[in-house]
Design a protein. Structure first.
Length: 242
């Protein structure tokens, strides 16, 4: 499916939108995503001491990722329900759909020779999820034979991972480099997986970070358990043009 967005109050660049099966999405994210469905993993042991402090850039409320209440209402965002994406030249948008339920479970953004997969989750008002989620991701990648380095980047602490990927029988083992980033907002947590040039090249990586920060999260007022995926939807007009 390709959807070309029309003009809306401001000059709006064309952004291509397509749907893909989440199971065949970018390997660097789909192989290690802890939540391609309903929710992040809850802590296995309730007695485990977790770091629940919020992790976000000091200027998050002005530079993003933004909460819906902080965003400019007149900007021509693509409305995907739980997140809004600001169109820009060179951006292609993919909606990753879970085959068994036909639900959109992630948004993939192709930009600056990179891919960025984003997912937004419900979170308590005063508790962050990124610190504990980093530990879960690192453990999962390690159990799959990958390696993980935690470092501080433009969005705060992130993971640089060398992730094993599936290859045909008889082929040598292969890995892919990916960056896992996350930001805690008011009552939500936004996670991103960066692959391609943005995972290894500093200039391209900065462009993808700016793209991540331009995302607006729409938590809504509906009660949701912490760690549940905030529902996504097709943008207006997509059904008619599919």
């Amino acid at each position: 499916m390709k959807l070309r967005k029309g003009k809306n109050k401001e000059e709006q660049p064309d952004t291509a939108i397509e749907t893909v099966d989440a199971a065949t999405a970018d390997e660097a994210s789909s192989e290690v995503t802890t939540a391609t469905g309903d929710a992040l993993e809850a802590p296995a042991d309730e007695e485990t001491v977790l770091d629940t402090t919020k992790s976000a850039p000091d200027d998050r409320a002005t530079e993003g990722p933004l909460d819906e209440s902080e965003a400019n209402a007149v900007r021509p965002y693509i409305d995907l329900g739980g997140v809004k994406i600001l169109p820009r030249e060179g951006l292609n948008l993919r909606l990753e759909i879970e085959e068994s339920t036909k639900r959109i479970v992630a948004v993939g953004l192709d930009y600056a020779e990179s891919t960025l997969q984003i997912q937004a989750f419900a979170a308590p008002r005063s508790i962050g999820l990124w610190n504990e989620t980093r530990e879960q991701i690192a453990e999962q990648i390690g159990s799959q034979g990958g390696t993980v380095t935690e470092r501080e980047g433009g969005l705060g602490y992130e993971l640089l991972a060398e992730v094993p990927v599936q290859v045909p029988a008889g082929q040598p083992a292969a890995t892919r480099i990916a960056r896992f980033v996350g930001v805690d907002g008011p009552r939500w947590f936004l996670r991103g997986v960066i692959a391609g040039a943005g995972a290894t090249d500093a200039e391209k990586g900065a462009l993808v970070e700016e793209l991540f920060r331009s995302v607006v999260v729409v938590r809504g007022d509906t009660p949701m358990p912490p760690r549940d995926l905030i529902p996504l939807k097709m943008p207006a007009g997509a059904g008619e043009e599919a």
